[in-house]
Design a protein around this ligand. Structure first.
Ligand code: PLP
Length: 334
């Protein structure tokens, strides 16, 4: 069966680089949403705990339940706020505040310019009033940057708005709250961090998505994807492979099928512009639901060892390459 390896040394190396950058391990909140960007929620959470990470970020309560015993705090990005001793919930709108269970720990997300989620700055006074009225336990204040990974001033004006937001929240009498705004790109781009947390996703998994014009911290990919040989056959010159026979053998050749396909979250791609595996072997013909064909007889092949490189081929981003991988594939820590 196809399998995924997680390189523990590389993961710890990345976490260490981030800790060095911000001057502390304690400030790292590791983003484990969407099956830890495809790396495996349980496996990644276990490793993070071993490294000494105290804070996690997930998408749903269901994810939080699976890992919350390993962390001091777990921030849930997209689910209804309920009471919990160590989970807090992001409030993205006034409706979220109204829906939150009394006494639940909440963190207010303010929209400082990304215009995706979060309370608009004009609604902030109303939001703070509602939070008090509904006796919610406000433990955090956050925002999200829309283009921290691009050159330009956008990040800086969003930061300026966030300063205003902080002042308003303190003025309203909320004191003991943690402040956080930085994702991987903002963390890698800026020096020092006076805030209480950084929310690190992609960088921990080994990808620095900053443009090469930035002075970039080198990181190491954690995930590799392998497939195993299903069958091998001898093709004669002119014989064609797979659906629609997109690939025609230019010579007599020995080919094998391997057990990975679009059903596993691997990309189907375009057979006229074949993906070349981490070991330099092009995929022949169309990708099937469960199989690909390669000109090799190896029992095991490495399909992808660098999601950023693969993403370039498919015209997407490293995040999508790893996150798409089926949770049913075994994750093995090496
Ligand atoms: C996913 C997410 C992050 C992590 O972003 P990376 O670019 O992977 O570091 C941080 N904050 C929020 C609110 C997110 O949704």
């Amino acid at each position: 069966m196809a399998f995924i390896t997680l390189n523990k040394d590389n993961f710890f190396y990345n976490l260490n680089q981030i800790a060095l950058k911000i001057g502390s391990v304690d400030k790292i909140a590791l983003v484990l949403k969407d099956n830890a960007y495809g790396h495996g929620l349980q496996e990644t959470a276990g490793l993070a705990h071993e490294f000494g990470i105290c804070h996690a970020v997930v998408r749903s309560r269901q994810e939080a339940e699976q890992i919350r015993s390993l962390f001091d705090t777990v921030l849930v990005l997209g689910d209804k706020a309920v009471w919990s001793d160590n989970c807090s919930f992001v409030l993205n709108s006034l409706e979220d505040i109204t829906a939150a269970e009394k006494g639940s720990k909440v963190e207010l997300k303010v929209d400082t310019g990304m215009h995706r989620n979060g309370i608009p700055m004009e609604e902030l006074p109303k939001a703070l009033e509602l939070i008090s009225e509904r006796a919610l336990d406000l433990v955090g204040l956050m925002t999200h940057f829309r283009s921290a990974d691009e050159l330009g001033s956008e990040l800086f004006w969003q930061q300026k708005y966030f300063e205003q937001v902080k002042a308003m929240v303190y003025e309203a009498g909320f004191a003991d709250i943690r402040i956080h705004s930085r994702n991987s790109a903002a963390t890698l781009r800026m020096n020092q961090c006076r805030e209480d947390l950084v929310r690190i996703g992609i960088a921990a998994y080994g990808y620095n998505e900053l443009a090469s014009s930035f002075d970039r911290v080198a990181l190491k990919p954690v995930l590799s994807l392998y497939a195993q040989r299903v069958s091998t056959r001898q093709l004669k010159k002119g014989e064609r492979i797979g659906y629609f026979g997109d690939f025609t053998a230019p010579k007599n050749m020995i080919v094998s099928t391997y057990d990975i396909g679009y059903g596993d979250g691997w990309r189907r791609g375009d057979s006229t512009d074949p993906y070349i595996t981490a070991e330099g072997v092009p995929i022949l013909g169309r990708v099937s639901m469960d199989f690909i064909t390669l000109e090799t007889g190896e029992d095991e092949v490495c399909i992808m060892a660098n999601a950023q490189k693969a993403a370039q081929h498919f015209g997407t981003i490293s995040y999508e390459m790893s996150t798409a991988l089926s949770p049913l594939i075994d994750r093995i820590i090496i």
